[in-house]
Design a protein around this ligand. Structure first.
Ligand code: ADP
Ligand code: ZN
Length: 763
């Protein structure tokens, strides 16, 4: 027998190997194997089996990794889709579907020595006092880890070996599973009676799941036909791309995608839990994706607690980057062995081998962290939708502030919108106060960070021993040039998008059409002419320092990517905050989502302009919360709508704007970035690539090709970066062309190219 193997080298090629007779039982499609490649030994994955090969003199497979095939055929298919859609080597895609610890099998199962009491007939042999004490413990426990026994009996391994010699006990290695949550005592919890909105949402999800379940066989046949089987037979036929999810055209019971829109506290998680329970009843498993940051012990505990006992008892596996390699290995195998039917995890948990899969939940679906920022640059939410389609699983996207894409898909009936408009816990929505920052400014004086109103409110909270969260929205500010006095934003004359401010070379640049202009010396608004328009930049550090001066007794902590070198810091600070050891937490938006702090009664948004915010998480406790939004453009629709909690209004307006400019969701973007230390070489390569792309895509009618233009963050690194942006209605055709062009492109050695499909970050 021959095995076709994809190696973990991005060669975009598969190789045939002989299966030695002694391994033939163990090798199947999806097996991970070690093979010789030139003088090296390389890991790879079996993607097909064959009777014969076109090549002579095949080398044999050296060994198999793991007892079970690690990449199931379904995951293999998903990996292929990722390679094609996101325009990366299939090997790269395949590599990302298994956790490192499982792929390498370096941290395998942990074996420990256990001591077990053996049955014996007749009388106890003669024992010393020490041995007798020891035997009593063993007899009572029947079996226990050697290490534990040694500690309990305060004795040495020698004493126990003597009991073994007498035939009383056996000492043998045994697998001992790691459980990252072993120390937490989890109390079972019961489903809550749902309110009307929750009940309605749950009923819709359940109906969808049951419908799919009934027609599972028929559908999986239809789908596998539609998706195409493997690349060899021309699988990608242009109907696989996300833009073509067969949602509206499929049979009546095709898997459905729901968008569950509800403010924080509206009871979305309770709906997820009850939907999962139904999936289990239908004999299926579930995957729950949560942004890494929201994957707190409390969140995990809620899921574990619901399924820890009773009829639907199952293990809940947890996958996130905070686990040790060994823990990740064990958690993953619990899923593969079918003992854990529910997985909760961050981005890559979407590849968990849950089978059969009934339900996928993507909580906080708008979160940018679902996008992987290295190859393969996949978006876990979009992969979830494709996987749902492939495996007939119902998908629920949840958010308080859904992404434009998802909202748009609802308006086109591709997704079904479910709404929870009120809080389930009877807490009031916080009062939102907009502060017009323009009134706090005087020409010639520095831009204040705190308005008198916010200062006053903070002082009040400190006095009452309540907690405060302050956000600084750096995103909108680091890239745009805005006059702090009148709110003027420098826009592109061609595209009417805001221009990107390159501080280093004092230029404004449009990264859509490559228009550049110098930074104005004074505000161009004739009524303003403020000379301070060259905004001096405000970081969380400055906010923290100013706070410390204003409130010298307050305990202040800063949370942003500069301050947090390690994930542990993150958890520790949140833990301290929850425990009341911190009064004011300052951060960028990353602390905003999915966190429950009952004692937070004030949230301040320092500069809120130009982005949609979610000021709904103050006052999760008994006290009513207040949100201060400091804005230079207080009449910006995003801010006005947020104040009325009217997201739909905002979306409609924003969608109209995007439609005019042909931006996503009205187009799909591919962003190509060239990077190198020599600017001339990078620019030259970018121009060359641009010409090649023009040739290769000339038949895509609606294509808009822009650039090359210097990347917005050109200044921030020691590398020079140029970008080319392509926009088209459909991505699948474009992806294919991009793959062709980029593979045949000869770049100078010190210039590298990255392809980002559906980027979430244009910097
Ligand atoms: P979300 O996920 O939308 O933030 P949760 O499901 O966490 O909302 O619910 C918020 C709070 O309300 C939780 O404390 C939860 O226990 C409670 N809750 C949810 N649904 C109900 C309900 N039907 N009845 C009473 N309390 C509920
Ligand atoms: Zn422009």
């Amino acid at each position: 027998m021959i095995a076709r193997v994809t190696l973990e080298l991005a060669l975009r090629k598969e190789f045939d190997y002989l299966i030695p007779p002694d391994l033939s039982e163990q090798i199947d499609v999806g097996s991970r194997v070690q093979v010789p490649f030139g003088p090296r030994k390389v890991l790879g994955c079996v993607t097909a089996l064959a009777e014969e090969s076109a090549h002579a003199k095949l080398k044999p497979i050296l060994k198999v990794i793991g007892a079970q095939t690690l990449v199931t055929p379904k995951i293999l298919k998903l990996a292929r889709w990722i390679g094609e859609y996101y325009c990366c080597a299939p090997e790269t895609a395949l590599k990302s579907v298994l956790p490192e610890a499982v792929r390498q099998e370096q941290a395998g199962w942990r074996e420990r020595l256990w001591v077990r009491a053996l049955p014996f007939a007749g009388e106890l042999p003669k024992l010393s006092k020490r041995q007798k004490e020891l035997w009593q413990i063993i007899e009572e426990r029947r079996e226990l880890p050697l290490k534990e026994l040694l500690e309990l009996a305060e004795t040495t391994a020698g004493t126990i070996r003597r009991l073994e010699d007498k035939g009383l006990v056996a000492i043998a290695p045994q697998i001992s599973e790691r459980d990252p949550y072993a120390r937490e005592h989890i109390l079972p919890n019961q489903p809550l009676p749902l309110n009307d909105a929750q009940a309605k949402a749950l009923a819709a999800i359940i109906t969808a799941m049951e419908g799919v379940s009934e027609q599972a066989t028929a559908l999986s046949l239809a789908l596998s036909h539609r998706m195409g089987e493997g690349r060899g037979e021309g699988g990608q036929d242009g109907t696989t791309g996300l833009e073509n999810l067969p949602l509206t055209r499929s049979p009546a019971h095709a898997p459905t995608v729901f968008l569950l829109h509800g403010v924080t506290g509206s009871g979305k998680t309770e709906v997820y839990l009850q939907a999962i329970a139904r999936a289990l009843e239908l004999g299926k498993g579930a995957i729950v994706l949560v942004p890494e940051i929201s994957l707190t012990p409390q969140t995990v505990e809620r899921f574990k607690a619901r399924f820890t006992s009773g009829r639907l008892q199952t293990l809940v596996a947890v996958l996130h980057s905070h686990l040790s390699a060994g823990e990740r290995h064990d958690e993953w195998h619990k899923i593969r062995q079918g003992r854990a039917r529910i997985v909760i995890g961050a981005r890559s948990a979407i590849f968990s081998p849950v089978e059969p899969l009934g339900l996928i939940i993507v909580d906080e679906e708008h979160e940018h962290t679902y996008k992987q920022e290295e190859a393969p640059r996949y978006h876990a939410r979009d992969v979830a939708i494709v996987r749902g389609q492939m495996e007939g699983a119902t998908v629920v996207l949840g958010s308080a502030t859904p992404s434009m894409e998802s909202f748009y898909n609802c308006s086109r009936d591709k997704y079904k919108l479910l709404q929870l408009l009120e809080r389930a816990d009877d807490k009031k929505m916080p009062v939102v106060r907009i502060v017009d920052m323009r009134q706090t400014l005087r020409p010639g004086s520095p831009i204040p960070i705190f308005s008198p109103q916010l200062k006053e409110a903070i002082a009040q909270r400190l006095e009452r021993s309540e907690q405060v969260i302050l956000f600084l929205n750096r995103r909108g500010y680091s890239t745009a040039l805005q006059c702090p006095l009148c709110g003027y934003v420098a826009g592109c004359p061609n595209c009417s998008l805001s221009l990107t401010y390159h501080r280093q070379d004092q230029k404004l640049c449009c990264h859509v059409c490559a228009h550049t202009e110098p930074v104005p010396a004074v505000c161009p608004n004739p009524k303003c002419r403020n000379p301070q328009i060259r905004y001096s930049g405000l970081g969380t550090q400055k906010v923290e320092a100013t706070l410390a001066k204003l409130f010298p007794h307050a305990r202040i902590k800063r949370m942003d990517s500069d301050a947090l070198q390690r994930k542990n810091d993150f958890r520790r600070i949140l833990g301290d905050f929850r425990a009341g050891k911190i009064d004011i937490l300052v951060g960028t938006q990353m602390i905003a989502k999915g966190l429950h702090f009952p004692n937070v009664t004030l949230v301040g948004i320092i500069y809120a302009d130009l982005a949609l915010h979610q000021p709904d998480f103050a006052g999760r406790g008994e006290v009513e919360g207040e949100v201060f939004v400091q804005a230079f453009t207080p009449f910006h629709p995003a801010i006005q709508y947020a104040r009325r909690h009217d997201f739909t209004g905002f979306y409609e307006q924003e969608l109209e704007f995007r439609q005019q400019l042909k931006y996503p969701p009205y187009s799909r973007i591919a962003l190509l970035t060239l990077k190198g230390r020599n600017e001339d070489k990078v620019q030259f390569s970018a121009n060359h690539l641009q010409r090649e792309l023009e040739k290769a895509t000339s038949d895509i009618k609606d294509l808009i090709l822009a650039g090359p233009a210097p990347a917005p963050l050109l200044r921030a690194e020691t590398y020079y970066r140029y970008q080319i942006m392509l926009r088209a209605q459909r991505m699948s055709a474009l992806s294919r062309r991009l793959a062709q062009v980029t593979q045949s492109l000869a770049l100078p050695e010190d210039v590298s190219l990255s392809v980002d499909i559906d980027p979430v970050n244009l910097a």
